[in-house]
Structure formats: structure tokens, C-alpha cells
Design a protein around this ligand. Structure first.
Ligand SMILES: [Mn+2]
Length: 271
């Protein structure tokens, strides 16, 4: 590459770190295995999980076991909360999901943290399931500017930004979440908001999405930073067949979600 006379070549940061962010596995072991294999094939060793490990799909216990092993941190999703909190569930599918779990798995779901934070290339990154106020408070792809700004606030739910290198009271400038089952990135007002999509219950396209964060980990200094969204194909029909084989209630609704991205809109009105 040539440069104008006298201009020094800019310094280039080499050896950027990469972290994978997955979300909304929802008991879909086929999709989880495909995504983790893709992450491993890229040589990425650190995986963070934005919750909703169980529910909607047929293999909650297996998904918990794999997430506990593969993910450095899992934050708590709305399904993780209401499945673990109530021995008696208000509808058949929820009861089936709950009854699959042993005491240790239920305790793990109940004990998951609200949020997780890290610093990368000078960016303060916060991750949670749904929003800054609760794992149940949903922020859709179509949202107001006030909702957008709100996602970056410190609240009782998130606490102050604690990943280090920042004074008390600092807020994140990058926020990642799951919950809505559709991946996207919005950059505005110096803030970056991304949704990791749903590994196991993708309503945006028939493949399993996740997110890669790339930059210099634990560094307060500005450096290149990127957010990318790989999508991994997997055997959707085989996964749907497992739901029917195990006699999972609402297996037909599960099939529509995975094949056609049609939200079941169950009695809980929750994804
Ligand atoms: Mn979900």
C-alpha cells in the first residue's frame, strides 16, 4: 500500500480477541450443537449466554448440561425464571418442561445472574436477556428513542457498570440482549445496541444465529471493535421430530416456529 509523502503508516492492532454471544437456546439441542461447533471451528474459546436455556423446545436438561459446560456465563431469561420458580405451571407445555428438570438444574436456572459486563477495545459492554429493568420487560426491534437510550442505563436490575476500568456510575456504550428472537444491530448517538437472535427459536430466518464480539479484551484504549452475526444451518426437521417423539405438548407450534418463524403466541405471550 502506498501512502502520501510524509504520512506515517497508522499503527495496526494485531491479534484481536473474540467472544461468542449466544441466546435463547430454548431446549433446541440440535441448534446448540451446531452453533457451538461453528464457534469451536473458528477457534473461539469464550462463550457467553443471554438466557432462556429451556422451554419451547424438547431437550431442556441436555441444553442446560451443555451450556453449563460450554458457557463462561449464562444470564437469566424469562423462561429460566418462571420455569424454575413454580413447581406447578399454568399450562401443559410449561409443566412438561418443568417436570423434565431435576432439583440441581432448577437451582442452577434460579441462581443465574441478571447481567454480565466486559470491556473490549475501550467499549463498555453490558449483556442481559431482555432489558435494563427485568428479564420480563421486552424491547422490540421497533422501539422508541427513549427505549433505546433506556437500555444503556444503570438500574437496580443491572447495578452500576462493574467490569472494571471505569469510575462508579459509568454506563455501558454497548448493550447486547436476546428475548425477541430476532438478531439486529442499531448504532446511534454513540451507542451500539445488538440483539443476538435466538439459537434455538429463530423467528427471523430458518438457521441458528449467534454473535461474535471482536476487539482487545479488558483494554480501556480505543481499538478496532466489531459485532458480527453468523448464522448456522442445522437439521431443523430432525429437531422437530424429537419434539414429537418425546410427546412434547405444543410440538406442532414448535415446528411452525422453527420452519416458518411463526410465533406461537402461547398463553404466556412470551418468547
Ligand atoms: Mn426466549
Amino acid at each position: 500500500m502506498t501512502h502520501p509523502h510524509g504520512e506515517p503508516r497508522p499503527e495496526v492492532v494485531r491479534g484481536l480477541d473474540r467472544i461468542a454471544v449466544i441466546s435463547d437456546v430454548h431446549g433446541n439441542l440440535s441448534a446448540l450443537l451446531a452453533v457451538l461447533a461453528d464457534i469451536e471451528a473458528r477457534g473461539i474459546e469464550r462463550v457467553l449466554n443471554l438466557g432462556d436455556v429451556v422451554g419451547k423446545g424438547p431437550r431442556g436438561p441436555e441444553s442446560i448440561t451443555l451450556c453449563r459446560d460450554a458457557c463462561e456465563v449464562t444470564v437469566r431469561g424469562n423462561w429460566d425464571t418462571f420455569i424454575s420458580a413454580n413447581e406447578t405451571q399454568p399450562w401443559q407445555h410449561g409443566q412438561w418442561v418443568r417436570d423434565q428438570l431435576d432439583d440441581d438444574e432448577i437451582a442452577w436456572l434460579a441462581g443465574l445472574p441478571n447481567a454480565h459486563e466486559l470491556v473490549m477495545s475501550g467499549n463498555r459492554v453490558r449483556l442481559f436477556h431482555a432489558s435494563q429493568t427485568s428479564e420480563f420487560h421486552r424491547v422490540h426491534f421497533d422501539h422508541t428513542q427513549e427505549e433505546f437510550r433506556g437500555m444503556f442505563a444503570n438500574t437496580d436490575f443491572t447495578g452500576e457498570f462493574t467490569a472494571g476500568l471505569q469510575p462508579p456510575g459509568a454506563t455501558p456504550n454497548v448493550v447486547g440482549y436476546g428475548d425477541i428472537h430476532g438478531a439486529y444491530l442499531e448504532v446511534d448517538e454513540g451507542l451500539m445496541l445488538f440483539n443476538a437472535g435466538a439459537v434455538g427459536n429463530h423467528l427471523d430466518a430458518p438457521s441458528a444465529p449467534y454473535t461474535i464480539l471482536e476487539g482487545v479484551l479488558d483494554s480501556p484504549d480505543p481499538a478496532p471493535f466489531s459485532i458480527t452475526f453468523p448464522r448456522v444451518p442445522y437439521d431443523i426437521e430432525a429437531e422437530i421430530a424429537v419434539g414429537f417423539e418425546l410427546g412434547m405438548p405444543e410440538a406442532d407450534a414448535y415446528a411452525l416456529e422453527l420452519r416458518d418463524g411463526i410465533f406461537r403466541g402461547s398463553v404466556t405471550a412470551t418468547s
